[in-house]
Every structure is written in C-alpha cells, then in structure tokens.
Write a protein that binds this ligand. Structure first.
Ligand SMILES: [Zn+2]
Length: 314
C-alpha cells in the first residue's frame, strides 16, 4: 500500500488539502482509524522509511489523533520534537490505569449509541484504538472488566482467542459511571470569558458557594487568558465533577469546554447575564440557563442549582 498510515500501519490515508497548513512542512492526513493526523512532512517520510521507529508509541499517537478528532480538539503536530509533548498529553491514560481505559471504552460506546439501550457491534480495531492499546488482547481484558462491573451488557470474550464479533449495550451503571456519579471530586470547573470582570465576579462568590454546597469553583489562573482549550483545561475538566459554562460573552472557549464536559457525561450548568441571553448561540440557547444580573443573583441561583443537581441524597 503506497499510502499506508504511518501510525496504525493498517489503513490507507488520504491527504487532506482542504484544510489550511500551518507551514510548508505541515500536512494533514485523514485515516479511517486514526482520524485527522497533523504531521511534519519530513517526519512522515522518516516514519514510513523506518517502520520500527517509535514502535512502542505509534498506537498511542494513533489513539491520540482519533480522540482529538472525536472531541473536536486541535491536536499537536507530530514531528521529531513533539513526540514527548504528545505522549504526556492529559488525554492519554496511564499504561496500567485500568479504570481510565475502561472509561475510554465506555465513551466509545456512548459515542456510537444514538439512544440509551442501543446495541453496538464490536469493532475490534476501533475499540483497541479507543483505549490506547496496542493489541486486541488488552481491549478484551478491559471489555471483560466492564462486563464484570456491569457497565456493559454482552458476552465476555476469551483472552488470547480469536475475536468473536458480538453485540454490546452500554448498561445503566456504565451511564452512571460516565456521568461521574461515582467520582468524589468536589471541584466544579468554571468555563467563562477570562476577563478581569469575570474573574472578579466568580472569585467573589467562590467562598459562599463552597460554604453552602461543599463544592469548590475551579477558576483557571490568569496565565490562561486565551480562548484555546489547552491540555491543562482538559485535565481540570476531567478531574471536576461538573462544569459551569458562562455565556455572557459568547466566547468560543466556553462552548468547547461545555461540549467536552457534556461528552464526558458531566453535569453542565449554563449561566448567562440576563441582558446577553439574546446573543447566545442557538445550540445552547434552548438549555435551561441561569440568568443573572449581578453577583448576588448568580451566587444564589448557582447554590440552589448545585444543591439540587449534585447534592442529591438519593
Ligand atoms: Zn491510521
């Protein structure tokens, strides 16, 4: 195969010329398994000529680009200098972290389920990539673990055996696990416009919200004053129990962060200044936004909402 994908080494890629390159050396490849790969042309040639180079990491790069595509996150470009940067991305689960890998598998199932209770046919390559594994065998272990935990309905597979193509359903406990009801995190990530005004408002209500709900509002430090969704933000959202997305300034960052958290099954609390709701994007305008006019309003409504949704005792 002339255009064999350098990462999964299984499928053929096509070069995507419709998207803008960052430089003469940067190209974009579309692989049916790995998604959208951003790679340096010299590095691509190097990987193609030396099939054993990065043999231990190619499947991780493959999974990384696939996940970035699924989450709509701009990936790091693969070149000889960026490999470590990619390998330490917060998206990538620890090699032996069975819970983190199980979570990836459940996310894959949910992405493929249009509705609760949908039956999903096992896709060995895709599921293996979804959990950042190199071999099917590892995916089978994780799949069996999820079935034992009753996160997934379906029949277990025998390790080291040929794969038995069968059907699986994301079970109620799987949905609950995805929704973070099993997590003990007491952090709520705040996605908002990173302006002095907004920092002041959220910082001023932080203590009172904590006293009344037990939850800490996590406001990213000043250095993150931009609208890019960075690895640090992803990591914080992953660690949080829920997120507050404020749309008063209609900024892209808040939309991305809300979408990402929603994709993880986390509770998203939408807020917006009452005189700005008319500017909110159609996709979120139908959500039940907390409308606020001042700090006091916001503090009161947030406290009520957090206690109603996250401090349920049932
Ligand atoms: Zn590939």
């Amino acid at each position: 195969m002339e255009n064999k994908c350098p990462l999964c080494q299984q499928k053929e890629y096509i070069q995507n010329t419709s998207k803008k390159s960052y430089s003469d050396f940067h190209i974009i490849l579309e692989c049916p398994l790995c998604g959208t790969i951003h790679i340096d042309t010299d590095y691509l040639r190097y990987l193609q000529k030396n099939p054993d180079t990065e043999a231990e990491n190619r499947h991780i790069f493959s999974a990384y680009y696939r996940e970035c595509k699924n989450l709509n996150i701009k990936p790091i470009t693969l070149d000889s200098e960026n490999t470590d940067k990619i390998l330490t991305s917060h998206l990538i689960p620890d090699k032996n972290d069975i819970r983190a890998k199980a979570l990836k598998l459940l996310q894959e199932l949910r992405r493929n389920s249009k509705n609760i209770g949908d039956t999903i046919r096992l896709c060995p390559d895709e599921w293996t990539t979804a959990i950042y594994a190199k071999e099917w065998n590892e995916m089978i272990f994780i799949l069996n673990y999820c079935i034992d935990k009753e996160y997934i309905y379906g029949s277990k597979q025998k390790p080291n055996d040929t794969i038995n193509i069968s059907d699986y359903i994301l079970a109620p406990l799987g949905y609950e696990y995805l929704a973070g009801t099993n997590t003990i995190s007491k952090n709520i990530f705040v996605a908002m416009e990173y302006s002095d005004e907004m920092f002041k408002i959220f910082n001023s209500i932080k203590k009172s919200v904590k006293d009344k709900t037990g939850f800490d509002l996590f406001i990213i430090a000043d250095k993150e004053h931009n609208n890019d969704i960075t690895d640090e933000i992803i990591a914080e959202i992953n660690r949080s129990r829920a997120i507050i997305a404020d749309f008063s300034h209609n900024n892209n960052g808040a939309y991305y962060e809300a979408g990402y958290a929603h994709g993880l099954g986390k509770e998203v609390i939408f807020t917006c200044k009452s005189d700005k709701i008319k500017d909110v994007h159609f996709d979120t305008s139908h959500r039940n936004h907390i409308l606020w006019a001042n700090e006091k309003d916001l503090e009161k409504s947030l406290t009520n909402r957090i206690n109603a949704t996250l401090n349920k005792t049932s």
